[in-house]
Design a protein around this ligand. Structure first.
Ligand code: FAD
Length: 388
């Protein structure tokens, strides 16, 4: 039997597996190797970290998603790829090995602490469900009789959403927080339109979230952060949201990986290989104009789809499809029932933006059963207080 191996079961890997299982002929099997047992919907992690809902909404069992494809689908659960041997076309996971005819890397990204002293030891991060629960536990243990300092390093979309959710978490649980976002850029969310930024700033003003811009972190310690101007900021909790880097996978052959990303051509083939593709956060993909495609769930989904279609085209001997990124926009949720959106160039804020965000998220979940469950939890979260 011939085989397509997918390494990584995030957005890109899951979408690719679904397409391949539907369209590959019967003499092909699909092997999905993932470090974790479940698919994790990362854009909802900050809501799990602030008690909006539990893990059930965020994780979807990979086995459940591919329940009806078991005869041709091998899901290697909770297993990490330890070596990819290009010469022998072999992927080694912890206890097993798989030959491949086609290979898709979809290993995603992980937190990048940029070697800032103390950051890895003293900061919380938001990368896995475990991280989200660790953050929720730490925040709910803070005293209720005095104000605690929460410092979020990084004012990108993740830092901004987390700050808003944490401020609501503090209010719901009666824990007074003083939240500060620290960012090296002179404006918050520089890639967003002025109107979008104004809406976020207005929300932060009302919620008492402090912004410390033009500020780099020089060092992080236990309960403090030191800036590049040698200012010491007290921090009962420090969360690192300042960047990600691609996950590295051990390879048998040295290939040039700029900043750790798999360099791909316009068909998402890794340069120099005709049967190996990369999609999602681990791939360095450029748009038509030469701009890098942002590391987002929407781009990972689109890239996973193109990689799968190009695997199909390759074995059928048909022309490959170019990857074209069509940015649909961005919606940042700022607590229950409120979001700021820039969708197809229209900027708006409020409940409708939040609702649209939920619909988009539901559309990107994999089974109807899970969608119904998540829709119910989204709706009830509007009327319930957050929990510790
Ligand atoms: C807190 C947070 C909030 C975000 N919010 C948004 C948002 O609002 N909107 C948006 O569009 N994007 C958002 N993103 C970004 C988005 O989640 C990512 O761009 C997207 O998840 C990338 O998908 P992916 O498939 O490339 O990788 P991932 O979803 O990271 O999946 C990669 C998978 O590969 C597995 N893996 C890695 N290495 C190995 C190995 N060696 N062996 C086996 N398996 C391996 C991992 O365990 C993981 O399951 C957010 C990200 C975070 C962390």
């Amino acid at each position: 039997m011939k085989s397509v191996v997918i390494v990584g079961g995030g957005f890109a890997g899951m979408v690719a597996a679904r397409i391949l299982l539907k369209r590959l002929p019967d003499d092909y099997e699909v092997v999905l190797i993932n470090r974790h047992r479940d698919f994790v919907f990362k854009p909802l992690l900050h809501e799990a970290a602030t008690g909006c809902f539990g893990s059930g909404v965020i994780r979807e069992g990979v086995g459940d998603v591919f329940l009806h494809s078991h005869n041709r689908f091998k899901h290697v659960l909770g297993n990490k790829v330890t070596l990819v041997d290009f010469e022998r076309q072999l992927v080694s996971a912890v206890h097993r090995r798989f030959n491949y005819d086609f290979l898709i890397f979809a290993t995603g990204s992980e937190t990048n602490f940029f070697n800032v002293p103390g950051a890895e030891s003293f900061c919380l991060k938001l990368e896995t469900l475990k991280d989200a629960f660790r953050l929720r536990q730490s925040a709910s243990k803070l005293p209720r009789d005095r104000k605690s300092d929460v410092v979020i390093i990084g004012g990108g979309p993740t830092g901004v959403e987390l700050a808003a959710e944490l401020s609501e978490f503090g209010r719901d649980l009666g824990i007074p927080f003083s939240i500060t976002i620290l960012d090296r850029s002179p404006v918050l969310l520089p890639m967003m339109k002025e109107r979008f930024r104004r809406s976020v700033a207005r929300f932060f003003g009302k919620s008492g979230i402090r912004l410390l811009l033009n500020t780099c972190v020089a060092r992080v310690g236990k309960r403090f952060v030191v800036t590049d101007r040698n200012v010491r900021i007290p921090a009962d909790i420090t969360v690192w949201c300042a960047g990600v880097k691609p996950v590295s996978v051990p390879l048998s052959q040295k290939i040039d990986l700029p900043k750790g990303f798999f360099p791909v051509d316009e068909f998402l083939r890794i340069k120099g290989f005709s049967n190996i593709f990369a999609a999602g956060d681990c791939a360095f993909v450029q748009n038509d104009g030469g701009y890098p495609v942002p590391m987002l769930a929407q781009s990972a989904v689109d890239e996973g789809r193109t990689a799968a279609l190009n695997v199909l085209a390759s074995f059928r001997g048909r022309p490959l499809q170019k990857f074209v990124f069509r940015n649909k926009g961005i919606i940042l949720t700022l607590g229950k029932g409120y979001a700021v959106a820039d969708v197809y160039g229209f900027v708006f804020a409020g409940f409708f933006a939040w609702l649209l965000n939920r619909l988009v998220y539901l559309g990107n979940m994999f089974t109807w059963r899970h969608r119904f469950y998540a829709a119910h939890r989204f709706a009830t979260s509007l009327f319930r207080k957050r929990h510790a």
